[in-house]
Write a protein that binds this ligand. Structure first.
Ligand code: TXA
Ligand code: MG
Length: 320
């Protein structure tokens, strides 16, 4: 098991010597290492059992530092950075040659984010290099939103986890790149399409493809508990189809009376999408611990944060 604590000086020491540290962010916890050091970044791929074609996001704390490892930043990227950083948004920017191939899986762009979490911002301010950090879960499993989640899954693989409480947003950052100057969303997430369009006008969304060459990590199946997740229209109808099985329910704003309360997790009784996003991965993990035959769930309203939640639900239900 890793040590869980709030010692930023210790975290800094470990990171400066090329070691892994798990860091809290407002979206999910990240498994961090020096993003400009290939040997350090390699430890991330190894610990997560992550394929090397899936690039890492580099986190830092100021635009000045972003400019030390990126170039030719489009005006719209500056406008988005100004509006939403620190926050749940990742920009794909042209990289400089100081970013190792491994960090970006050989791609011409690097994912960059200034996360909005007080301890992590303080840590980043104390470092000369950006922190490459994917979500701190084994590849393909549910993303972590507490220090304990990280320890449960990856505790053997690293020595220190910074405890920053429960991640407030609860789903990963929205990823935005620019294709011939056209802003493009590659992953729906904690920042809504509506919020982005308010700042830079219309954007295209390319987040649904199962094999998107611009974002190789956007695999169709992800966020998967150990039992099947079935995504349907109505919980009541689905229940009938699985009579005799031990069924768990991941409900948006209600559950079913004939299923044991402890086999149900309601995302937001009041139907609030923000609350639902915060609780989504905790709910999936909880149900996964119940040793069920399957989990049934339905989509949430497909607006605002709901689009990011639905993307995660579709992918946790996808096979293969
Ligand atoms: O909220 C988040 O973004 C969290 C926290 C820790 O910041 N991080 C996160 O990282 O979700 P990860 O590795 O689980 O997902 C990042 C995805 C990758 O799967 C990859 O597809 C895409 O971002 N990505 C990163 N860098 C890219 C690049 N240079 N080009 C294309 N896609 C990239
Ligand atoms: Mg991830």
């Amino acid at each position: 098991m890793a040590e869980i604590g709030q010692d930023l000086a210790q975290a800094k020491r470990l990171l400066e010597s090329g070691e892994l540290v798990a860091i809290p962010t407002e979206t999910v916890y990240g498994l961090a290492a020096n993003g400009l050091n290939a040997q350090a970044a390699a430890k991330i791929f190894e610990a997560k059992d992550r394929p090397s074609f899936d690039p890492l996001i580099c986190h830092t704390d100021t635009m000045d530092k972003v400019e030390r490892f990126t170039q030719n930043i489009p005006a719209q990227a500056y406008a988005l950075a100004e509006a939403f950083w620190p926050g749940p948004m990742t920009l794909l920017l042209e990289r400089q040659s100081n970013v190792p191939e491994l960090t970006v899986s050989g791609l011409p762009r690097v994912g960059v984010r200034i996360p909005n979490h007080p301890q992590t911002l303080k840590l980043l301010a104390s470092l000369e290099f950006p922190l490459a950090a994917p979500s701190a879960n084994p590849f393909g499993y549910i993303s972590p939103t507490t220090a304990q989640h990280v320890d449960d899954q990856l505790g053997e693989k690293l020595s220190y986890i910074i405890d920053g409480g429960h991640s407030e947003v609860g789903i990963e950052s929205t990823i935005i790149g620019f294709e011939n100057n056209m802003p493009t969303i590659y992953r729906l997430g904690g920042l809504s399409v509506e919020q982005i369009e308010d700042v830079i006008g219309s954007v295209q969304v390319k987040a649904h493809s199962s094999s998107n060459p611009s974002a190789p990590g956007m695999l169709k199946s992800h966020y998967s508990p150990s039992c099947p997740v079935i995504l349907g229209e109505k919980l009541e109808e689905m229940m009938k189809a699985y009579a005799g099985k031990k069924v768990g329910i991941l409900g948006f704003d209600y559950g079913l009376e004939d299923v044991a309360a402890e086999d149900q997790f309601i995302l937001s009784v009041k139907g609030d999408l923000k609350e639902a996003a915060t609780r989504l991965f905790t709910g999936l993990r909880y149900l996964d611990s119940r040793k069920l035959d399957l989990i049934i769930t339905t989509q949430v309203p497909d607006t605002g944060l709901g689009r990011g939640i639905n993307d995660r639900l579709r992918r946790s239900a996808a096979k293969g």
